[in-house]
Structure formats: C-alpha cells, structure tokens
Design a protein around this ligand. Structure first.
Ligand code: ZN
Length: 105
C-alpha cells in the first residue's frame, strides 16, 4: 500500500522534487526534468486519493460539528468545510506523481 503525500523524484536522475517544483508542474501533463532535461510524465491519478481523503474528512467534521457539538449554523459549517477544501488545494502538488514519459507517438 502506498502512502500519500509522498516525495516525488525524477525517474531518470532521482532528483527530489520539492513542493515549489511540483506546484509548477501541476497543470502540465508532459514536461522535462529541470535537472537532467529528460521527458517526464505528470500523473495526477493520486489526486483521486486526495479527493477521497478530503471527502472523508468533511463527512467526519460535519458529523462531529452537527451531531456531537450541536452546531447547526450554516456559515460555521460552510467555513470549516472551505478550510478543508483550501487545505486540499494547498497540499495538492504533493500528490503529483512523476513517471517516465511514454515513448509512443
Ligand atoms: Zn531528472
């Protein structure tokens, strides 16, 4: 089983991609390694894991807030859910995987 977030590295030269490097790649599909200049493929499959984790956190939070704490104020629940969504956007680059680019034409 894989754990996320995990550290991404170039499949060619094993250069570790930090948060800043990954956030530059998050909208790209194909790119080249900033270190060895070889083609890399950006996989966003693990974003589904982030999405699933986010949904679980939101559901648990809402159950705790409305059920256990008795908070039914829409805006409080709304703001707390927004914080979870913003946190997910913030950690999104950490869920990007870098693979070797496909050689097919
Ligand atoms: Zn590289």
């Amino acid at each position: 089983m894989k754990f996320y977030p995990k550290q991404s590295a170039c499949p060619h030269c094993k250069t570790i991609y930090r948060y800043n490097d990954l956030s530059k790649l998050k909208f790209k599909k194909e790119a080249e390694c900033y270190h060895c200049r070889k083609a890399i493929h950006i996989s966003k499959k693990s974003l589904l894991i982030l999405l699933a984790e986010m949904l679980v956190i939101c559901v648990i939070l809402n159950v705790v807030l409305t059920g256990a704490m008795g908070i039914v104020n829409f805006w409080i629940v709304y703001v707390i859910n927004m914080i979870v969504v913003l946190a997910a956007v913030f950690i999104l680059p950490l869920y990007i995987e870098i693979n070797k680019a496909d050689k097919k034409k």
